[in-house]
Design a protein around this ligand. Structure first.
Ligand code: BGC
Length: 253
């Protein structure tokens, strides 16, 4: 008789930190503490692999029978990373899934970080039961996006790289949380940038719901009420853990 897998490990590789935990797939909740290590300077493949190993060791995950999902901040098609916005250019056109599988000595499921956060919110969070078009954005080192229509993920949307007319910087360089920190903006000043970004997305896509993830979503009360949009906009239920939970969830589906 097949045994139903009810737990998996999720590792979320970001431009600044690499986070992991064991996840209860029925509840969509962390079963362990969240382990976080810094993303190595330059984010070269070998260094990132070594950091992922540290996360798995600290989680005491030695059993390859526990499914493992890994999320990465780049376009991912058929296991290859096809872009590199906040990581080394070595990832462009790189067989990343195979690289991690060889390096870790086990199978993994590999996907874009914002997409897996979208899956977590779809299964266990703010997008559950939403029949229309959901656009999840992660505001962090960059801006990641996940497009979900009628419960199906449309993978690899890269709407953080929308270009602003007449400006050199793309949306993420101007409006990500890292831009707020870099430019030492107040919440109100940052919200003006977000206002442009979300209004533009609203105009282009007419979504039914915006979900805001990333570490700063825990401070959603500081900036979401400052936005004036037609579309409802809510924080991700799983805040910055959505990537870990979604990566784990995809590892078994
Ligand atoms: C990348 C996306 C990623 C996002 C959030 C962007 O720079 O292009 O693939 O989802 O950052 O990490």
């Amino acid at each position: 008789m097949a045994i139903k897998t009810t737990r998996a490990v999720g590792v979320d590789i970001g431009g600044t930190g690499i986070k992991g935990a064991v996840v209860d797939l029925e509840a969509g909740a962390l079963l362990t503490d969240r382990i976080k290590v810094a993303t190595p300077q330059g984010a070269e493949p070998e260094d990132v692999l070594a950091a992922v190993k540290v996360v798995l060791e600290r989680l005491e995950v030695h059993d390859a029978d526990v499914p493992l999902g890994v999320a990465f901040p780049a376009i991912v098609t058929r296991g290859r990373t096809m872009s590199a916005a906040n990581v080394s250019d070595a990832w462009i056109g790189f067989e990343a899934e195979r690289f991690f599988e060889d390096g870790l000595g086990r199978e993994i499921h590999f996907a874009n970080d914002a997409d897996v956060a979208g899956v977590a919110e779809l299964r266990y969070g703010a997008a559950r039961g939403e029949e229309g078009l959901v656009l999840l954005t992660t505001l962090g080192t960059g801006i990641g996006t996940a497009l979900i229509h009628r419960g199906a993920l449309i993978p690899n949307s890269e709407l953080g790289h929308l270009q602003r007319a007449g400006h050199k910087k793309d949306a993420e360089a101007w409006a990500a949380y890292s831009a707020m920190e870099r430019d030492e903006l107040t919440w109100a000043q940052w919200a003006k940038r977000l206002q442009w970004y979300y209004s533009h997305l609203e105009f282009l896509l007419s979504p039914d719901l915006f979900i805001v993830g990333g570490g700063v979503s825990k401070h959603a009360d500081e900036f979401l009420p400052l936005l004036d949009l037609h579309t409802p906009i809510v924080p991700a239920v799983h805040r910055n853990n959505a990537g870990i939970i979604g990566a784990a969830a995809l590892a078994v589906s």
